[in-house]
Design a protein around this ligand. Structure first.
Ligand SMILES: N[C@@H](CCC(=O)N[C@@H](CS)C(=O)NCC(=O)O)C(=O)O
Length: 205
């Protein structure tokens, strides 16, 4: 498998999960400013949506959308602690967590990654991020170590990746102590550190 990625972006979640699952994969960096990958391939031919992550399989199939990708990957290893629960409500809880992160939390950071965003839009986005962080702080407030049902899941890894962007929005994650402690814990996982190193992010982590 080959993972197309942009360093520190949401593709980092797929990258970490590939490592946590012990899967064989290679990495190919995408440069959005050039519309090309590091080997000179036009990215439009890989993902017409011009987004990472995209995962290419040996038979040439390409799968996109981070939430779908990580669910596909953990479904290959049903015995792994990251596998989706078999019980339907517990499984839906993980999907509920992933949906919140992908649709609400992740996307609230978009204005900070666009050169054309004005200050008013950034202020509105920051207010939304604060609202999401308050919700997360309450969720972790009951002594939970993990986001969904206090059991490690792919949602924790995606949440960790998005929490790495908080400072880029002008906020200090340390304001939300329990969420901050969660990010610190996730940051210490060996496969997380290996992925950060591979993307050249270790000093910044
Ligand atoms: N719906 C997509 C969105 C992915 C997405 O927003 N990717 C961003 C990085 S976090 C991206 O590819 N940015 C490059 C660009 O906008 O040029 C998913 O969930 O996988």
């Amino acid at each position: 498998m080959k993972l197309y990625y942009v360093p520190a972006s949401c593709s980092l979640a797929t990258h970490i999960i590939l490592r946590e699952l012990g899967m064989e994969f290679s990495l190919e960096r995408y440069d959005p400013s050039k519309g090309q990958t590091e080997t000179g391939s036009a990215y439009a031919g890989i993902n017409a949506k011009a987004r990472v992550p995209a995962l290419e399989f040996a038979n040439g199939d390409i799968l996109t959308e981070g939430s779908a990708l990580v669910q596909y990957l953990v479904s290959q290893t049903p015995e792994h602690e990251l596998a989706l629960p078999i019980e339907l409500m517990a499984r839906a809880r993980v999907q509920e967590g992933l949906s919140f992160i992908a649709s609400d939390f992740h996307k609230s950071f978009s204005p900070f990654f666009s050169a054309s965003t004005d200050d008013a839009a950034k202020e509105r986005a920051q207010a939304l991020i604060i609202k999401h962080l308050e919700y997360l702080e309450t969720t972790f407030g009951d002594g939970r170590e993990y986001f969904v049902d206090n059991k490690l899941s792919v949602a924790d890894i995606y949440l960790f990746v998005v929490l790495r962007w908080v400072e880029a929005s002008g906020l200090e994650l340390n304001t939300w102590k329990k969420v901050f402690a969660f990010r610190e814990r996730m940051n210490m996982r060996p496969h997380v550190r290996a992925a950060l190193e591979a993307e050249g992010l270790l000093e910044a982590a």
